[in-house]
Write a protein that binds this ligand. Structure first.
Ligand SMILES: NC(=O)c1ccc[n+]([C@@H]2O[C@H](COP(=O)([O-])OP(=O)(O)OC[C@H]3O[C@@H](n4cnc5c(N)ncnc54)[C@H](OP(=O)(O)O)[C@@H]3O)[C@@H](O)[C@H]2O)c1
Length: 290
């Protein structure tokens, strides 16, 4: 399959207004071990996949310090550094994997400061392109965490700040402290609870990164989805990705996979032309799910 081209400005979103990315990106979490812990089973295959993503025209890769922890960021550095100038890497902080495998949320200053030093080192960079707060810490006021992120930006350690799994109210509280470039929430064809957040992002030119774009469960079997996919000689997953891609000019889609074949299929979904009728039918499916 040929590389995606970025000639069409509809394919590009400028994160923070100054970092252009192709809106079909790649989420690297599947390149960690089982349950996003430890390194991948075959690091050479994982590195080849990351290089293939770049070759296909992917310019946004999403990761997090907790994937591993650290292994996922180091894998990206091993595969891609020195990084192409067009590549934007988004990582995250605020989640900690405990020894027993459980996850804690931490948004206090000492944790975030230690986390960014770890990510800078793991990724082998002086400044992180997009630094996302993985979760809002219920025991640290959001404002306090945002003040730390603003200070890190002013110190030149990160370029743009993002949030993850947040409400409109939380985005507004964060924006009262510092500019927010992206919001990454659980959203796909079958799960649209964050429709209001997407609308808010659109109105404010904030990038919306729907995570788990393919977690559509039994929805893949929906008669409508299968019919549209079959008419377009595409897979149901490609149609689900194409729907997200067309849903808004501010969406940056990050399907995750550990297979080069699936990667190629997913990237190609940005080229699927859904008709107005197809989009209407897929939109309506979501209304029926509510
Ligand atoms: N902010 C957050 O809290 C948060 C939470 C979860 C995820 N994320 C981010 O979102 C990214 C995507 O989420 P995700 O990886 O959990 O879920 P996803 O992209 O919705 O789906 C990944 C799953 O779909 C399979 N798959 C992918 N492409 C396929 C294809 N073309 N055909 C058949 N199966 C396919 C993968 O298996 P194969 O490996 O076999 O292809 C994998 O099991 C992650 O990588 C991560 O960067 C963020």
């Amino acid at each position: 399959m040929g590389a995606v081209t970025v000639a069409d400005s509809n394919d590009v979103f400028h994160i923070g207004g100054d970092m252009p990315v192709h809106r079909m990106g790649y989420g690297a979490m599947q390149l960690a071990g089982p349950r996003a812990a430890g390194p991948p089973r075959d690091p050479e295959v994982a590195k080849a996949l990351l290089r293939r993503a770049v070759e296909l025209g992917v310019t946004f890769i999403d990761t997090a310090d907790v994937y591993g922890p650290g292994d996922n960021e180091r894998l990206i550095r091993d595969a891609l550094a020195p990084y192409p100038s067009s590549l934007v890497i988004g990582t995250k902080a605020g989640m900690v994997r405990n020894k027993d495998g459980s996850i804690s949320i931490k948004g206090n200053e000492s944790h975030i400061r230690a986390a960014i030093e770890g990510s800078l080192q793991n990724l082998g960079v002086d400044c992180i392109d997009l630094y996302q707060l993985h979760r809002v810490d219920p025991s640290t006021p959001l404002e306090e965490t945002m003040l730390v992120l603003r200070a890190l930006r002013d110190e030149g350690k990160l370029r743009h700040i993002g949030l993850s799994q947040v409400s409109v109210n939380q985005i507004e509280r964060a924006r009262a402290i510092v500019e927010i470039a992206t919001v990454q929430n659980f959203f796909n064809l079958a799960h649209r609870q964050y429709d209001d957040v997407l609308t808010y992002c659109e109105r404010n030119r904030i990038g919306f990164i729907p995570f788990c774009p393919l977690h559509i469960d039994g929805f893949a079997l929906s008669e409508t989805l299968c019919r549209i996919a079959s008419r377009m000689s595409a897979s149901t997953r490609q149609v689900a990705l194409a729907w997200l891609y067309k849903r808004s000019q501010v969406t940056v889609v990050i399907p995750g996979t550990s297979s080069i074949e699936h990667l190629e299929e997913n990237v190609a979904a940005s080229k699927l032309e859904l008709s107005v009728d197809d989009r209407f039918e897929l939109d309506e499916l979501g209304v029926r799910l509510r």
